[in-house]
Each structure stands twice: as C-alpha cells, then as structure tokens.
Write a protein that binds this ligand. Sequence first.
Ligand code: AMP
Length: 605
Amino acid sequence: MGKVIGIDLGTTNSVCAYMDRRDPVVIINAEGGRVTPSVVGISKNGERFVGDIAKRQLLINPEATIHSIKRFMGRRYSELKPHELEMVQYNLVETRNGDAGVEIGDRVYLPQEISAMVLQKLRKSAEDFLGEPVTEAVITVPAYFTDRQRQATKDAGTIAGLDVLRIINEPTAAALSYVHNRKKSSTIAVYDFGGGTFDISILEVDRDLAEVRATRGNNTLGGADIDRRIVEWLLGQFQKEHGIDVSEDKLVLQRLREAAERAKLELSSAHETDIHLPFLLADATGPKHLQCSLSRYTFESLATPLFDQTLEECRKALEECRLGPEDIDEVILVGGSSRIPKVQEMVKNLFDRPLNKGFNPDEVVAIGAAIQAGILEGDVKAVTLLDVTNFSLGIEVEGRRAAKLIPKNTTIPTQKTQLVSTVIDNQRTVKIHVLQGESPNARENVSLGEFELQGIEPAPRGVPRIQVKFAIDANGMVQVSAKDTRSGVSNAVSIEAPTGLSQVEIDELRQEHSNYDERGDESDDLKALRHQIEKQLVSLEGFLRDNRGFLHKKDIFEIEQALKRGRMALLKSSDKGNLDDLSLYLARFFAHLADKTGGGDAPVH
Ligand code: AMP
C-alpha cells in the first residue's frame, strides 16, 4: 500500500510528516503551511472549513468555529471544569451517552468527528503532496491521555478513513526524533508544553532503544490557560477604566482571547506590548475601547503559577525514576508554550543545564511519528520503544475501593491475570468494574467501563475460579478477557467504555464524513456516486481485515490493488463516467471474490 504518514494531532495546530527513505519530511498543506490549525468551521448548511480558513472565521462566527477540540476528546461532560466550558464559544453539550459533544444548529458532533475533519484535511494534503492515496497513519497523543482519550483518537482516525497503525505518546515521538541518526546513549527529559496539555517524560535512549523511565503530566494545562490568565487581567483593566463587566459577552471574550494570545506571542521576544481593541463595546454613552500595555514582568507574574505546576510535575517525574536533575544529559523542548522565555529559564534552572534547541518544537513530534511509521513500513532501522503506562489500572473492590493491578510506569505492552470468584451460591454472572487512576477511592478514578462474564457454571459461592486478564497493548490501550477455569468457558469480553463508539457507529460516521472531502462545488449526483464508492471501499477494506488470515497472497494483492485504484480515482477524478465505471468494477470485483471465497456478505453497492 502507500506511504504511512505520521500525524501530530495537536490542540492548537497539527503537523503531518512522512519518511522519504531515511529522511523525515514535513508535508506542506494546501495553503502552503507546514502547520495546520486544528480548527473547524461549520456553516449553516453543514459545509465545513478546516485549518487557516476556519481560524480566520473564528472572530466572525465563534459559535460555529471549533478549536481546542482535543481537550474534549473521550471526556465525559460531567468531568469538564467550569473554566473549560467558558474557554470556548461553541456550545458544549452532554451527548446521549454522557460524553461531551459540540452542538451546532440542530446537530451534535462528537469530538472524534471534529478531529476526524482535521485528520481528513491532513490526509488530503498528504495525498496531494505524495500523489498517491494515503490510508495508514501513526498518530501521537499526550503521554497523559487516558484509555478513553486514546480510543477516541483512534476512532477519529478511522472516521477520517485512516487505518491507525499505532498510537504513540508525543514525548516518545520526540525522543524518536532525537534517537534517529544518533549514536550516543543518554538520559533525556522531554518537556512538552503545548496549547492544551503538558507532559514531562524521562527516557533512556540508545542507538536502537528508547525506554521511557517515567512520564507525568496534566492534560488540561496549556497555552490556552496562559491566555485565560491574560484575558482575566484584560477584563480587570476594562472594568477599572469603564466600570463595566464584559465577562459574559461571547464576542468580546473572543476578541480578548485573540488579543491575549497575540500579546503572549509578542512577549516571547519583546519586553512590553500594546493591546488596542477599539469599539470593544458600545452603550448609551458611546463606544468603549480597550487600550493598555502589558509588560513581560506582569505577564510572567500572571502565568508563573502555571509554569510552577509544570516544574512540580518534572520534579515528581525525576523522583519516580529515582534520578536527580544532574542525571539528565539533555532537555528537549516540545510544544509552542515552551518558547516562552520564562519557561525556558525555569526549566534550564531546574535541570541546571543548557536546553537542546536543535529541534523545532512545532515539528519534532510529527517527525517522530513519521519515523515510527518508517519503522513499521520497514524502511527505517527498528528502534525498540519501551513505553510505560501513565496510569494505574485496577478494579473496584468491596467498599468502593480501587485495587491496583498494573501500577503506573509499568513498561508496555504488559498483562496481568487476576482470579475472581462469586459472592452468592449459583451465581451465573460476575460484573467487573475496570478503573484507571491513582486514587484508592474507586469513584475518584476514571471508569473504563464495566463488563460481565456470563454463563458461569452453578456452584457454591467462592468456588468458581474466574481468570480475568488485563492487557495494555503497544498503543497504551486496555484490553480485557475472562475465563471460567472450571468449565474452561471463556467469554470474549471487550471493554466497551460506556461512552465509546461501536465499530458500526464508527463505520457509519466514516461513510458520512467521506462525503465532505472538501468538494463543496460538486453536483449532488457526483457526491452520491463518491459516497457509494466510499461505501464499497469500506466494505472491501472490512472484507480484507476480517479475512486476511484465510486469503491467498495473490488475492490479498489483488484486493489491495483494487483498493488503491479506488482510492486514487476518488482522489483524482471528478468525471462521472469514470466514477460510474469504477463503482461497477468494484461491484463485479466483489462478486468475483464472493465466488472464490464461497459467498459471504457482499459489500454494498
Ligand atoms: P502546540 O499545541 O504545540 O501547537 O502549541 C500551541 C500553543 O503554543 C498555543 O497556546 C500558542 O499560543 C503557544 N505558542 C506558540 N508560539 C509561542 C511563542 N512564541 N510564545 C508563547 N507561546 C507560543
């Protein structure tokens, strides 16, 4: 198949890269940028804009322009903090299953769908750049993402038409960039301060090994929180001058937020910046403007409590791997917020050494993802990645307590088996509540879901021996299986987070979203035809996925060629005749496959 791309799906910006033989290359998007704003605009009639164009409409249409969606991925609405709800102008709502969703007009979008729109744009840029279909990717996530957030990211990739081969942690990706082409072994710290999250990881790296020793972070602490501190200060300035509280005015807030971010960026090089917002508000006494200056000193005093939180995490990470700052050979800075001079000064002082400035903090993660993609493709010499779990995994036991089974910082992949039994005579079912987190109190941890093992052989209580296996795979995702050892019956229990999307829902969304490959000017006929072909391709991909183990190499090759041909035509052709032919060809191809394999579900056409 085609190239596997590496994607850094960021809170503020996203970057996509691939390996050109042994060299990582950042993909340029349609607007000519190396970085694509993770912003999506949705018009009243459902049309969508992604990237720079969407970012530009943030001010004019803040309620239908979605930014920072990564903050809400895989999170329950009830766990969002008030300031997170206030941080955005669009309407966050609770979805049917308790997740946070975005309401625009009469439709509620899941964060996975919004992220899928950003991924779709990146995929399209990659296809245009490489001149071939792109269907596989490695996507990075903050090290501190929970299982549900990882799953949501993977689902977003699938909805965007990508087979997500691996989810890797952002700092681990940064370490891979560091290891690539380097011979020396060292202990490094990756300090990743982005738009919405903060992570610190300590790694041992060698020529062909990157071993994470500890990782900590806060997935609700980033540049947007710094901006918020400035916005609060600006609100105070306005109130002081005009005696008016404008903290409830959405449009004013959006203007303040933009001005705050601009001021923050300027203060990374200047010592003082002027903020001038004419006509911020008008009332009976006339228009009101905001005019003030913000010094770097004031900015630092507003934001230092946040910077302190990041340093506290660094100290704890060092403690967790029993190292002192002097044991760290290099500190690598990642993420836009690590450009702030005060942050650099504080990190430099903590580790007492110069910082490694040889990497572009915006691109180093995507480049690492591309290197991982190259390793999976076999083009790049393998680097053994030994990552760790970032949360403890456990189950709820009597008294609403949490019993830890896999402690945090355990190297992954890993697995652990636990024996459980029944509590009443002839009990046929056991229910297990899986938790992720550090608190001894079950309710203070993240619930990964409950599952049931049914059909246990009747027996007095305590007699059945049910073996429950917990495994964390290389993506950091949790899998659970259970077996009644007496009867030998094993029930395939997959841990279905109560808010997770089922495969069917993901496939439906994928088909729905494939209609919107930014081809707004096409006729309805052509759109319908594309949709039909996309459905045929999804069926064919599903057929290949489910039957790969039973098919001859020659058949696999033929199917891959048909998929490639289909994807390429979808990408390049706008000719109805061509697309009609393609749809017919796919229908016949599947009939031929069904003949060969003795029937099976024919794909839709
Ligand atoms: P990322 O998530 O890595 O794309 O980082 C985006 C965040 O970095 C946003 O909050 C930006 O405002 C912030 N950022 C980018 N460049 C700078 C800079 N030069 N100084 C301060 N913050 C920056």
